[in-house]
Design a binder for this molecule. Structure first.
Ligand code: F6R
Length: 366
C-alpha cells in the first residue's frame, strides 16, 4: 500500500507530479486556451463581480490560502483576506452578500472551517469549497466548489494536498482574471503553458532527494530552525516550518524575510539553521540582502535558489537548486525540497512521520 516507500508521507511527496497534473487535467488545455472548471462556471459572474474574497482554512490549507491571496490579487485584482477559520468565526466578522467565501480543506471535515463557512452562509455570502475528500461535510455544505484531485492523503502531514490546492487556486485566479479582463490573453496563455510544465519540474525537484538527505544529516540535531521567504515564497516559508515542527518536533518558525529585523534576528547565531527560499523573482534583490544579514550574524544558510543562480550560492552554506518558473507558480516547486528536508530529519530522529504525536488527520473538534 505504500508502493515500496518506507512511509506514506514519502510516497505522497513523490506522487506530486501526478497529483498536480490530475488537479489540472480536463480543466486546462494550454494549446487551445481552454480553461474551465465546472464548479465555477455557474458562478463566474459572481466571482468576477465579488467585492471581496475571504478565504477560511486551518494549518497547511491556510498556507495554500495565503498563496491564493497573492495570486488572486495580482491576476484578478479582487481584494482577498485569508483568515484562520477559528478566529474568523468568533470575532463577529463583517460579511456581505457580495462577498465570496472560499473554504480550503483537504479532509473537508475540519470543524472550525465548516463552522466558519456556515456562519458566512447565514450572512448571505456565496460559499465555495476546495476539498480533497469527495462528499465530505464541507463539500456538501457549499454552494459550489472544485475538488483537488490529489487522491487519498494518509500521512498526517499534508504534502500533495497542499500542491493540489495551490494548483486549483491558480486555475481559479486565472479564470477570474481572464473573465474580469485584468489578466491579458497573452499573459494568461504564458501562465497556462508554464503551468503545464510544472509536473515535469516537480519531477526534477524530487531528484534533490539524495542531496537533501545529506543536508538533513548535518542539521538533524538542531533545536531551532528559521524559514524565510518573501512574496509568493513567504507562505512557503510558513509551510516549511510547519512541516518540520509537526513531524520532527524541532521548533521552527516561518517569517517574511524582511520581518526578521523586527525581532527574530536576535535568535541568529552559529547554531541557527536558516532556510531561505530565494528563487529568482521580483523580490530576489531584497532577499539577497536578507541572506547577508543572516550571514553577518553567522547563521547557517540553507538556500533554495533557481538553477544557475550565482549570487546566493556565493553566500550560502548549502544550496538547493530548483528549476526556473514564473513567480506565480514557484510555491509548487519551492515547497518540494522543504517537504523532503522535514521528512528526512524526522526519520533520522526516529519520529513516527506518518502519525506524529498529538496530531490527527482530520480535526473534527474545535
Ligand atoms: C499540516 C496539516 C494540518 C492541516 C489542518 C487542516 O500538515 O495537515 O495543519 O492542514 O488540520 O486540515 P484540512 O485541510 O483537512 O482542513
Amino acid at each position: 500500500e505504500k508502493g515500496g516507500y518506507e512511509h506514506f508521507m514519502l510516497k505522497e511527496i513523490f506522487e506530486q507530479p501526478r497529483s498536480i497534473l490530475d488537479s489540472m487535467r480536463g480543466r486546462m488545455v494550454a494549446e487551445s486556451d481552454h480553461l474551465m472548471m465546472a464548479g465555477i462556471r455557474e458562478f463566474e459572474n459572481k466571482f468576477a463581480n465579488a467585492s471581496r474574497i475571504i478565504i477560511v482554512a486551518c494549518g497547511t490549507s491556510w498556507h495554500a490560502g495565503l498563496v491564493a491571496e497573492y495570486l488572486i490579487e495580482d491576476l484578478a485584482r479582487i481584494p482577498v483576506e485569508v483568515e484562520y477559520a477559528s478566529e474568523f468565526r468568533y470575532r463577529n466578522p463583517i460579511i456581505s452578500e457580495r462577498d465570496i467565501v472560499i473554504a480550503i480543506s483537504q479532509s473537508g471535515e475540519t470543524a472550525d472551517t465548516l463552522a466558519a463557512l456556515e456562519l458566512a452562509k447565514s450572512k448571505g455570502a456565496t460559499i465555495f469549497g476546495i476539498c480533497n475528500v469527495v462528499g465530505s461535510s464541507i463539500a456538501r455544505a457549499t454552494d459550489a466548489g472544485a475538488y483537488t484531485h490529489a487522491g487519498p492523503e494518509i500521512g498526517v502531514a499534508s504534502t500533495k494536498a497542499f500542491t493540489a490546492q495551490v494548483t486549483v487556486l491558480t486555475l481559479i485566479a486565472m479564470i477570474i482574471g481572464s473573465k474580469r479582463g485584468t489578466l491579458e490573453t497573452t499573459k494568461l496563455r504564458e501562465l497556462m503553458v508554464e503551468l503545464e510544465t510544472i509536473p515535469a519540474k516537480v519531477e526534477e525537484a524530487l531528484k534533490l532527494n539524495e542531496q537533501i538527505i545529506g543536508i538533513s544529516e548535518q542539521y538533524k540535531d538542531a533545536t531551532n530552525f528559521l524559514y524565510l521567504g518573501r512574496g509568493y515564497n513567504f507562505p512557503v516559508a510558513l509551510e516549511g516550518a510547519l512541516k518540520l515542527k509537526e513531524i520532527s518536533y524541532i521548533h521552527a518558525e516561518g517569517y517574511p524575510a524582511a520581518e526578521m529585523k523586527h525581532g527574530p534576528i536576535a535568535l541568529i547565531d552559529e547554531q541557527m539553521p536558516v532556510v531561505v527560499i530565494a528563487t529568482k523573482d521580483s523580490s530576489y534583490e531584497k532577499i539577497v540582502s536578507n541572506v547577508q544579514e543572516v550571514k553577518a550574524r553567522k547563521g547557517k544558510v540553507i538556500a533554495v535558489v533557481t538553477e544557475g543562480d550565482t549570487t546566493i550560492p556565493a553566500m550560502a552554506d548549502h544550496v538547493i537548486e530548483i528549476p526556473e518558473t514564473s513567480e506565480h507558480l514557484m510555491p509548487l516547486l519551492s515547497v518540494i525540497p522543504l517537504q523532503l528536508l522535514s521528512y528526512h530529519i524526522a526519520v533520522m530522529r526516529g519520529c513516527n512521520v506518518d502519525q506524529p504525536r498529538n496530531l490527527a488527520k482530520s480535526v473534527t473538534v474545535e
